[in-house]
Design a protein around this ligand. Structure first.
Ligand code: GRF
Length: 192
């Protein structure tokens, strides 16, 4: 089976990356992770990648004077690895229109809210503050506007009476870790 060559971009702990790594171990899974790229040199996601024998790259945004230069450096690394599809998984940099256009229809992100509700950061506290009865996560296409590309899939969780941002985040993350590999599989299978 021809597997799609994907890169996962991370800035932190990489639990969604781990879920994708685990899914890709199945010979029938339609993707292989050929690169894990991070802007943070000591991101734990890089350790997870190395432990799985996956190539890693660090493109530190602090080494680049502009967002365009940073994105151009990432783009080069992605091309060198023959990347066909990008999964953002806790990647904490805003991407330029040039980069999002170059990867249009080939780049997805996971966001911890039921978009279009609660774009940006601190989504769990925002959902609690808004008095929501449910919350969740969204996989969406990445476009130039932050957290605004077309929704591909969502998972819902209830908000419980005693929830804090942390307990809610834990419940949502468990869903994220299932939704990401399942959605990527559906997308890539549909394409073939
Ligand atoms: C997740 O909540 C994801 O939705 C958000 O950043 C967090 C990354 O978590 N974009 P992890 O690094 O995958 O564990």
């Amino acid at each position: 089976m021809e597997k799609t060559r994907i890169a996962v971009l991370v800035s932190g702990r990489g639990s969604n990356l781990q879920a994708l790594i685990d899914a890709c171990r199945d010979p029938a899974y339609p993707a292989q992770i050929v690169l894990v790229l991070s802007n943070i040199p000591d991101a734990y996601g890089l350790t997870r990648a190395r432990e799985a024998g996956i190539d890693t790259a660090i493109v530190d945004h602090r080494d680049h004077a502009t967002r365009d230069a940073f994105d151009a450096a990432m783009h080069q690394v992605l091309l060198v690895h023959d990347v066909e599809f990008i999964c953002l998984a806790g990647f904490m940099r805003i991407l330029t229109p040039g980069f999002t256009q170059a990867w249009a229809g080939k780049m997805i992100n996971i966001h911890p809210s039921l978009l279009p509700k609660f774009k940006g950061l601190r989504t769990h506290q925002a959902a609690l503050d808004a008095g929501e009865s449910e919350h969740g996560c969204t996989i969406h296409w990445v476009t130039a506007e932050l957290d605004s590309g077309a929704v591909i899939a969502q998972a819902h969780v209830p908000i419980l009476a005693n929830d804090t941002a942390d307990t809610l985040a834990t419940r949502v993350l468990a869903e994220e870790n299932k939704l990401y590999p399942a959605t990527l599989e559906q997308l890539l299978t549909r394409k073939e």
